[in-house]
Design a protein around this ligand. Structure first.
Ligand SMILES: [Zn+2]
Length: 356
């Protein structure tokens, strides 16, 4: 109550004072208030701008984890591209770290000293890691092949998220000359395997028909697949030199020779002319998305077959990925090739390229 009276008296005093003020005095007070208001607005704006700058700077310097993971997986999957720097996004270090080679092939027991290009300006210690030490080990940048297969070697600058990956393929310890090569009547057998690819050809008159042994192995495989509710069948088997000549010429007329060579063999160079190769089911990419394809990929070696043109091995086999094309090698050899993770060309240390 006393407060109310006090406020009432104060207000009355102010009102009387204001009534007594001249117009000029009132304007002076008004201007002063305006100036204070402008200063306040100015101060708020300056604070806001400062805050925005701080937010921007700190955002840049934060390591962005998802980005670094994404770029690493790109490096793994995209083998055709040139050296891709793996940028961890750490603002403390500008530039990137990468391997001079994007992939290497070494033999079992052989060592390779990794060449790292470090543009980050950091001399900090490297941390080395192998995705599969039973295939290749790494010690201070020295990579040593342990067994057939492939794995990834990762180098990381310690205390940062800067890293790079190198794909390592490990082949059999045999040197190429140690593979047994037998040439007989125009046929080439390497370690007992009859080879028909872009490098090795078969004579036009080599006309063995489909191998009985391979057909029997296939029947057994198809029966076991059927027991699991899967339907696999041969859509294209043996092809003579002249069958292949007709097919290949049609593809050349349709797509041109350069394109045709990526998926169809020139006469004399077809795996089908060996009588040991079969194309399954739809004979196209759609097969790769069926449960039958998954089953064949996981089990064919147990019956003596390999996927002749595996995914990602075009540069060795000379052909696109063909999940439907299987090749009979016998159970022992097929299992060895399957477990190596290598294409037949890599396994035997041969290439597949037309000479002209
Ligand atoms: Zn085929």
């Amino acid at each position: 109550m006393e407060y109310a009276i006090f406020i009432e008296i104060a207000l009355k005093f102010l009102k009387e004072r204001r009534d007594k003020m001249t117009r000029e005095e009132k304007m002076k007070i008004y201007r002063r208030r305006q100036a204070v208001l402008l200063i306040c607005i100015g101060a708020v704006l300056v604070t806001l701008i400062a805050l925005l700058i701080i937010i921007f700077v700190s955002k840049d310097s934060e390591p962005i984890k998802s980005t670094s993971e994404a770029s690493q997986s790109t490096v793994q999957s995209d083998e055709s591209s040139e050296e891709i720097p793996v940028d961890g996004g750490n603002s403390n270090l500008q530039g990137s770290i990468y391997f001079k080679e994007k992939q290497i092939t070494i033999k079992v027991g052989e060592s390779y000293t990794a060449e790292v290009v470090n543009e980050t300006g950091s001399g900090g210690g490297y941390i080395w890691e192998s995705s599969n030490s039973s295939v290749a080990t790494v010690d201070g940048g020295i990579i040593t092949g342990q067994s057939l297969g492939s794995c990834d070697i990762t180098v990381k600058i310690s205390a940062t998220d800067k890293s790079a990956q190198l794909r390592v393929y490990v082949e059999s310890g045999d040197t190429d000359s140690e593979h047994e090569v037998i040439e007989e009547d125009g046929l080439t057998y390497i370690d007992g395997i009859l080879i028909a690819n872009k490098t090795y050809s078969l004579p036009a008159d080599y006309d063995p028909g489909a191998s009985e042994e391979a057909l029997e192995a296939f029947s057994e495989m198809a029966a076991d697949a059927a027991a699991e509710g899967l339907d696999i069948y041969i859509s294209s088997g043996y092809r003579s030199y002249y069958d292949q000549e007709r097919i290949y010429n049609n593809y050349v007329a349709q797509d041109g020779q350069e394109v045709a060579d990526t998926y169809s063999s020139r006469p004399g160079h077809s795996d089908h002319q060996t009588g040991l190769a079969f194309d399954l089911n739809s004979i196209d990419d759609s097969f790769g998305y069926t449960p039958e394809s998954d089953w064949v990929a996981a089990n064919a070696h147990r019956y003596g077959f390999i996927i002749r043109f595996p995914e990602g091995k075009e540069e060795y086999t000379g052909y696109q990925y063909e999940p439907w094309h299987i090749r009979y090698l016998g159970i022992d050899k097929a299992t060895e090739v399957y477990e190596s993770g290598l294409s037949l060309e890599e396994f035997l240390g041969i290439d597949s390229e037309y000479k002209d």
